[in-house]
Design a binder for this molecule. Structure first.
Ligand code: SF4
Ligand code: SF4
Ligand code: SF4
Length: 336
């Protein structure tokens, strides 16, 4: 596999992207992983066909295979506990692949949208956006969500209490909760708890060792590119210019490490997804909000700052308890 320097990649992506149609081969697209520094991805909606000929989209299958040994194994009888009104137990629905669950960290949405006098059917691979300034990490009451130096946003499953604040403050509602598992069972099994939150970690273990995420490698249509964040930003712009298209993820929620490129404006995609949601009576919506409503990067709002200050002592206690527990246990679950 040839490995490009950042400069060489930039030269190629700009030159071939603008002038020659971004004619990077699949191997080239995958070889640009820097292995250090901030990384990012481009999801090109003109390339993704939803893997319609396969029983399961290749990216979804690869993610499930890769993360299988990190999926939760809850206690046998998952109980109710204060203050939860709803028991979120996905353990008997592990086969669900059309939404995000603790057992399915990416999925592909299909949406039909009219634009420019044409009907478009788009397939959207969805997962955590890996925000530049993630409210989920900043506002986690237990301080167990981290923005890693390489860019991925990662949950420490060993220490998460499953309170779901991360989901509340995420504009896309990404993290999914599994009850009946996690540290709360050891500390407050009958009194309070929630479980553990799960989401895409951008294959952090692979990224750390200079490898592309599993879903990127698995995609048969090179619809997902991976590399240095700045290179991906440049690539996304070049591709959007080339197709006269649109970009998502650059500014939303203060900027993210995931850039979607689409031939259709994202407001139209979002509206179509909303209609679809109403038709299908799906409670969850993984849309493309323009300015994330209500949670507009909470870390920068008065509410968010007040919340951060309020939770600071809890974070300190939780961190101390967590560190002690982790020392006793002797390790995490991040290995592939
Ligand atoms: S991103 Fe690639 S692997 Fe995933 S559905 Fe689209 S074409 Fe298939
Ligand atoms: S998309 Fe949501 S879960 Fe992912 S980093 Fe951003 S706020 Fe956190
Ligand atoms: S980056 Fe890794 S964890 Fe995230 S969706 Fe892709 S395969 Fe799954």
């Amino acid at each position: 596999m040839s490995v490009f320097s950042r400069r060489e990649f930039l030269k190629r992506s700009v030159a071939s992207g603008v002038a020659g149609g971004l004619a990077l081969t699949g191997l080239e697209r995958r070889a640009i992983a820097s292995g250090a520094g901030d990384v990012g991805t481009v999801i090109d909606l003109t390339r993704c066909d939803g893997c319609r000929t396969l029983p399961l989209p290749a990216c979804v299958g690869a993610c499930r295979d890769k993360n299988m040994n990190r999926f939760p194994e809850p206690v046998k009888d998952v109980g109710y506990y204060w203050p939860q009104k709803k028991r979120e137990d996905w353990s008997k629905k592990r086969g669900i692949t059309d939404r995000l669950t603790p057992y399915n960290w990416t999925f592909v949405q299909e949406v039909a949208v009219e634009h420019g006098g044409m009907d478009h059917t788009l397939y959207l691979q969805r997962r955590c956006m890996h925000c530049a300034n993630p409210p989920c990490a900043d506002l986690c009451p237990f301080g167990v969500l981290y923005k890693m130096p390489e860019g991925p946003v990662v949950i420490d499953h060993d220490l998460c209490f499953g309170g779901a604040k991360c989901r509340t403050v995420c504009p896309w509602g990404i993290p999914a909760r599994q009850a009946g598992v996690g540290i709360y069972l050891k500390i407050t099994p009958a009194f309070a708890g929630g479980g553990v939150m799960y989401k895409c970690d951008l294959c952090y273990d692979r990224v750390k060792s200079g490898r592309a995420p599993a879903c990127v490698e698995a995609c048969p249509r090179d619809a997902i590119s991976f590399g240095g964040k700045e290179e991906m930003h440049t690539l996304a712009h070049a591709r959007a210019n080339e197709i006269g298209g649109y970009l998502y993820g650059e500014r939303e929620n203060g900027g993210t490490s995931t850039f979607y490129v689409s031939p259709v404006p994202f407001e139209k995609i979002h509206a179509a997804l909303l209609k679809q949601k109403a038709r299908q009576d799906k409670p969850e919506l993984f849309g493309f909000p323009g300015t994330p409503v209500g949670v507009e990067n909470m870390t920068e709002t008065a509410n968010g700052i007040a919340w951060s200050m309020a939770i600071a002592p809890v974070v300190g206690i939780a961190a101390a308890v967590g560190a002690a527990y982790k020392t006793m246990k002797g390790g995490g679950d991040d290995a592939e």
